[in-house]
Design a protein around this ligand. Structure first.
Ligand SMILES: O=C(O)CCC(=O)C(=O)O
Length: 253
């Protein structure tokens, strides 16, 4: 499949609002195939609930798996798919590096919500090049707990947050802008954008892959969000000399 890049209008929209909704990034057939891969993976790993601490005890669940490229080669191919990396290059620049990825399946009727938050506090970087692409493998209307955002909130920079979930109560989920999506759509957003999502109350699962990417020259400000596969180049090159170090040359803690 040929690369996709953002149009000048889409780029302008991203700059202003901190996100862009790319419709039809994947074909419906591709999305359906990745949906099957995701649900087969969920069957293999079994119970693996990732409901956030503040949302536990309310009868909801969400299945997740980090770094799915280590579970199925189909996901390795998706990480390098030029439709994904082409849009990422339109936002980040020519060099795009994987930080981590995670599959989420919000089960029918009781799929856990995500409180409104920024991704920034989990893995702060000096130049804020970090973006997430949320790729939808099935339709995500509002009643399925689609993504909700506070457009333009990335311009506020890092915000003071509450608790382990880095919740931002001044941005209520109910009044945030819903972004209903179709199977194959992807939403690209900066890690400073305030976002969350509601409960899946529908009778079908919501299935997504979130791919977090950065410019390899953007320095992490903290340690501690390592992930299998972190540092893999998805597009372009890593120009830093220190990245080209043999294992025995690398500093150990
Ligand atoms: O998939 C969603 O609805 C949101 C996921 C999210 O906000 C996160 O993992 O940080």
């Amino acid at each position: 499949m040929p690369p996709i890049s953002l149009t000048p209008e889409e780029r302008q929209f991203y700059q202003k609002n901190g996100y862009v909704h790319v419709r039809g990034l994947l074909t419906p057939e591709d999305a359906a195939a990745y949906r099957r891969e995701s649900h087969a993976l969920a069957e293999r790993i079994g119970e693996n609930d990732a409901t956030w601490a503040s949302q536990r005890g309310q009868g909801t669940r969400i299945t997740h798996c980090h770094d799915v490229q280590f579970q199925s080669a189909a996901f390795s191919r998706l990480l390098l798919d030029e439709r994904l990396t082409g849009v990422a290059q339109s936002i980040i620049g020519p060099n795009v590096q994987l930080h981590h990825c995670k599959m989420f399946i919000k089960p029918p009727e009781k799929g856990s919500p995500f409180p409104m938050h920024q991704d920034y506090p989990y893995f702060p970087h000096a130049r804020h090049s970090m973006i997430a692409a949320i790729i939808h493998f099935d339709d995500a209307p509002d009643e399925k707990g689609c993504l909700r955002v506070a457009p333009g909130s990335q311009a506020l920079g890092p915000l003071e947050s509450v608790g382990a979930d880095h919740h931002l109560p001044e941005f209520p989920l109910e009044t945030a802008t819903p972004i209903p999506a179709k199977a194959g759509d992807a939403i690209f957003m900066n890690y400073l954008l305030v976002h969350g999502s509601g409960i899946n109350r529908s009778n079908e699962a919501r299935t997504t892959l979130l791919v977090q990417m950065r410019d390899p020259e953007d320095e992490p400000l903290t340690e501690g969000h390592g992930s299998r596969g972190q540092g893999m180049m998805l597009a372009g090159v890593d120009p830093r000399r220190e990245a080209f170090a043999f294992a025995w040359e690398r500093k150990t803690a």
